[in-house]
Design a protein around this ligand. Structure first.
Ligand code: HEM
Length: 373
């Protein structure tokens, strides 16, 4: 068992957290080095702690993000071509149209809730477009996506797990016949590319759809909420957002990311910054702390939307680097640019909105705003 050590100091890139009985990495370089090497650090609780811990849901438990080589390498090489930049750029005009429709819906009122009206609507609608599954598919995705992520809590309750299992069943019933049809008669679309990939079963493609909805759509929506709050707290940064939305989104990803912690497991006893993590034990990576590590820049803890990007680990590093990073960036930049162009005088109605209780996500419950100042 690891023993408690000194708490975090400015010189230590990690600290011991008694409550979770695990080390928490806060230094940027240490975090990046652990994430980069999936031969030293495992993402798969089943591989090191016994399959029982990985058996909570029929599909998501086998998602690529929880796999190690050789399975991970095989799945990633088959999946990656479907996420090409051509696919993302082809979607950009549709993303813009989806955002505009959502913003049109706000025009008749003076107030809005950015979470209910934008965050929970735009990314799932874009993913429905990516999947090309029509209005019924979009409505199902909007309804089921929030339930798919409940399993991702660090210590999910039986109710969380059941909610995810029910969402998986509802989505699988809808998507399976569509995937089978695209296998027989492929089109020029994302799901056809996935089902055509040699060596991916229909169940693995379904699992991929679910991780896209759970980790992708939900994270992007939450980022839009966090980013809007941060910008409205510092409205003097709006011109920088509008001058270069892509650059601003990098800084917003760095400072307003949505995952609190990433997890890795020691497949053998591993030494880390002079401390031993015994075989089978978890290390947590504190994403926000690593992104704001002052050893990288004296003002790394300050949000500056016009800065030369500092780099971040919000979308992972190395072999598990986010496959949807390009799409997430397009959705976030199109949404934030259009929102602040349409409503330049928007202001917060609640200066201190409530955060959702979650061990995994940093996300707002609601973000009420006055649209016209
Ligand atoms: C702001 C939005 C997003 C954030 C912050 C985010 C973050 C991440 C992170 C941190 C990882 C790596 C996890 C790890 O190393 O343990 C990851 C992996 C992944 N993400 Fe994203 N993501 C976002 C959006 C998306 C979108 C929109 C999609 C799909 C369209 C997507 C699909 C994936 C997939 C498939 C993986 C697994 C890659 C692998 O294991 O090799 N993500 N994401």
């Amino acid at each position: 068992m690891p023993t408690p050590t000194d708490p975090a100091t400015e010189t230590e890139p990690l600290y011991w957290e008694e409550q979770s009985h695990a080390y928490v990495i806060t230094g940027y370089d240490l975090a990046a080095s652990v994430l980069r090497d999936n031969s030293l650090w495992s993402s798969d609780p089943g591989n090191v702690l016994g399959a029982g811990l990985r058996s909570s849901t029929p599909y998501l438990r086998s998602a690529i993000v929880l796999r190690d080589p050789p399975d991970h390498t095989r799945m990633r090489s088959r999946m990656a071509p479907a996420f090409s930049s051509r696919v993302v750029e082809r979607l950009r005009p549709r993303v813009a149209a989806i955002v505009d429709t959502a913003l049109d819906g706000l025009e008749s009122g003076d107030e809005a809730d950015i979470i209910a009206d934008i965050s929970t609507v735009v990314p799932p609608s874009v993913i429905a477009e990516l999947f090309d599954i029509g209005v019924d598919g979009a409505l199902l995705i909007l309804e089921q996506s929030p339930r798919l992520v409940r399993w991702m809590e660090l210590r999910p309750t039986p109710a969380d797990i059941q909610s995810t299992i029910d969402a998986e069943a509802a989505l699988a019933a809808f998507l399976t016949p569509i995937l089978q049809a695209r296998r027989t008669e492929p089109g020029d679309d994302f799901l056809s590319a996935l089902v055509a990939a040699e060596g991916l079963s229909i169940d693995e493609v379904l699992t991929t759809c679910f991780i896209i909805l759970a980790a992708g759509g939900e994270s992007t929506g939450k980022l839009i909420g966090n980013a809007t709050l941060a910008i409205l707290r510092e409205p003097e940064q709006i011109p920088a957002l509008l001058a270069d939305p892509a650059r601003a989104v990098e800084e917003l990803l760095r400072m307003q990311g949505t995952s609190k912690r990433l997890i890795r497991i020691a497949p053998e006893d591993r030494k880390i910054a002079g401390h031993v993590v015994p075989k089978g034990h978890i290390v947590y990576i504190d994403v926000l702390a690593a992104n704001q590590d002052l050893r990288r820049a004296a003002d790394a803890d300050r949000m500056d939307l016009s800065r030369e990007p500092l780099g971040h680990i919000t979308m992972g590093v190395g072999p598990h680097y986010c496959l949807g990073a390009g799409l997430a960036r397009v959705i976030a930049s199109e949404t934030l640019e259009r929102l602040f162009t349409r409503f330049p005088k928007m202001r917060l109605l609640d200066p201190d909105p409530q955060w959702k209780p979650s061990t995994t996500f940093r996300a707002l419950r609601a973000l009420p705003v006055s649209l016209r100042g």
